[in-house]
Design a protein around this ligand. Structure first.
Ligand SMILES: NC(=O)c1ccc[n+]([C@@H]2O[C@H](COP(=O)([O-])OP(=O)(O)OC[C@H]3O[C@@H](n4cnc5c(N)ncnc54)[C@H](OP(=O)(O)O)[C@@H]3O)[C@@H](O)[C@H]2O)c1
Length: 250
């Protein structure tokens, strides 16, 4: 394992779920943290708990704000994790305003972060750029067309950046989890806690710390090793649309 001590690491979407767990794991391994998301107060709470983290309140959809906030940082690691989905309606019943938010966050948000941080990493000849993909970037499931399309795009961006930055010394990794128990479903179902809980009923979903553990493994390999793609499932998942649940009450 490479020594992670004092490496400067950015996590977008660090105010919740997977991003928060990744921030804890990287900090626990010795990194200095930059925590980014829109909810400043949640970032401030995590920063206070970690003790020495920097808070950057930003919306990854805002290309100029992302550039202003991030381009001056000498980052060793950038985790483009911020993302969301809305609804499980079929395309023909979709809401264009929600499509825009999901596409702009999941796709352009990653590009905005990449544009801000890759030039510095390339100039320094090293760095880890990690995209939070999903098994939804590899498979489709009913009601997931727009979200799956964005995660397919994230996988394409990961592959494209590898080519764009070939020979630069920057490593690229995509972490593609299946079902993870976070606020993702609460956001997806627009705050309906009952619908969100049903997603995880009768199944031991992946936990955010499981994903953070895999990501930490990737970025802590020696410089000549690049873990490119990590696909991880809850053991009860056979595919993005096949989950075996325990019967209710068992
Ligand atoms: N949960 C799953 O089953 C699962 C599976 C595979 C992949 N993923 C991916 O994992 C990533 C994290 O999701 P999660 O499961 O941890 O959900 P979560 O708990 O809802 O966290 C989402 C994070 O993204 C941030 N975010 C959303 N829109 C943003 C914006 N415009 N600008 C900046 N930050 C924004 C949120 O922070 P603010 O609201 O404070 O801005 C929050 O910190 C997403 O990319 C998601 O697609 C999730």
């Amino acid at each position: 394992m490479t020594d992670m001590k004092d490496r400067l690491a950015l996590v977008t979407g660090a105010s919740s779920g997977i991003g928060e767990a990744v921030a804890r794991a990287l900090h626990g391994a010795g990194c200095r943290m930059v925590l980014a998301a829109r909810r400043r107060e949640r970032l401030a709470e995590l920063a206070a708990e970690l003790g020495d983290a920097q808070v950057v309140a930003l919306d990854v959809r805002d290309a100029d704000a992302v550039l202003d906030a991030l381009q001056g940082l000498e980052l060793d690691i950038a985790v483009a994790n911020a993302g969301l989905a809305y609804g499980t309606e079929p395309v023909q019943a979709g809401n264009p305003a929600e499509w825009s938010e999901v596409v702009d966050t999941n796709v352009k948000g990653v590009l905005n972060v990449a544009r801000a941080v890759l030039p510095g990493m390339i100039a320094r000849g090293r760095g880890d750029f990690v995209t939070m993909g999903s098994v939804a970037g590899r498979q489709l499931y009913p009601g997931g067309t727009v979200y799956c399309a964005t995660k397919h795009a994230v996988k394409a961006i990961y592959e494209g950046m590898r080519l764009d930055c070939a020979g630069s010394g920057v490593r690229f990794t995509t972490v593609d989890p299946g079902m993870v128990q976070t606020d993702f479903s609460l956001v997806r179902f627009r705050g309906d806690a009952q619908k969100a809980a049903a997603v995880y009923a009768g199944v031991d979903a992946l936990q955010p710390a499981d994903v953070a553990d895999a990501l930490l493994y990737a970025v802590s390999r020696p410089p000549h090793v690049n873990i490119g793609e990590i696909v991880m499932w809850a053991s009860a998942q056979a595919s993005a649309s096949s989950v075996t649940r325990r019967p209710a009450g068992s």
